[in-house]
Write a protein that binds this ligand. Sequence first.
Ligand code: 4NP
Length: 157
Amino acid sequence: MKQRILFVCLGNICRSPAAEAMLRVLVDREGLGDRVEIDSAGTYGGHSGERSDPRMRRAAEARGIAMTHRARQVREEDFERFDMVIAMDDNNYENLFRLAPDRAAQQKIYRFREFLRNHPDWSYIPDPYYEGHEGFELVLDLLEDGCSVLLEQIKGN
Ligand code: 4NP
């Protein structure tokens, strides 16, 4: 059965589209592209329709990850479509929890930190929007860690 994963951050122009692109690269590399559907969205709709932040795209491209996503706001129907809705930080998590229409939907919400293996000091993916270059590199380091764990779970299914 196809597994459907939605990554969610605030603006959907930095963290969650990078997570989407990174997991897709890992999944495609293993030839598992037809087993998974991956998308991303933001709890805030103010950037809807925009391409990802150029600083995030540049940092991702330097690691061989092309980001082509256009931002969109998360919506209630996403809880029907996706099996896992993965929040980048606690604020995103709480907003998703409020949006979830019922208990079954709430049980689909995860925190990205649950998939981190090599970064015990991080309990969320920090918002890089107001940060310099290191903020984006840190986000990608954390995403690489968690997406590798997610890939293992996908392979195990
Ligand atoms: P993201 O970063 O949630 O990782 O996409 C942000 C993008 C935009 C804003 C905040 C965070 N903003 O306030 O517009």
